[in-house]
Design a protein. Sequence first.
Length: 227
Amino acid sequence: MTVAQQERAIRTRRVILATAAEIFDERGYESTTIAEILERADVTKGALYFHFPSKEHLARGVLAAAVTTDGVRPQALKLQELIDIVLLLAYRLPREPVLSAALRMAIDPQSRRQFGTRWVDWTELLTALLKEAKERGEVCADVDETETARMLVCCWTGVQVVTEGLPGSYDLAGEIASFLRRFMPTIAEPGVMSRLTVSAERAAHLHDDMPAWRSETGESEFVGLTP
């Protein structure tokens, strides 16, 4: 396969996965058909099955792609990196079907029984950051990193699910920032807390900076969807 063919195959895979995520998000996994994905993605059945042998493989691909730290730059404080990951995810989720579809499948009992979730991956990712932050003296000595990471994942998911079901409209990044402003002082050393930035505005800035981040890292717009 030539370089041009490889690049075309990667683009096709990304389009198929993004399209499947859109329809999963709109209709749910069970109600989505391969025919709908083919029509909207404008690809052949052979192209789809080359990359994804079944609808189940598409669902697992969406779940895997949603575990992402794309757009988060290294920071002087590891706790700031953790905050940035959590804030940026909240800002991106309403704007990116891959992320919202993954969450929809994770909280749906039938899909969860069939595919599981990637909450373990998120817990491990945040645990690693918390351990490094603790080694640097940013986190209180009595904090259990794994337990804290698990609670972060639980609370983030709960904030999204509850606010989505409330009357009126809520800015998820703003709600997550409000939660973090109350949560972070329970784990951060006092001298560190005052140096952390937690706001919906920071989430928007991180999102606006993503094109520059992709240019610097060589990632594409569909980073996280690569084979």
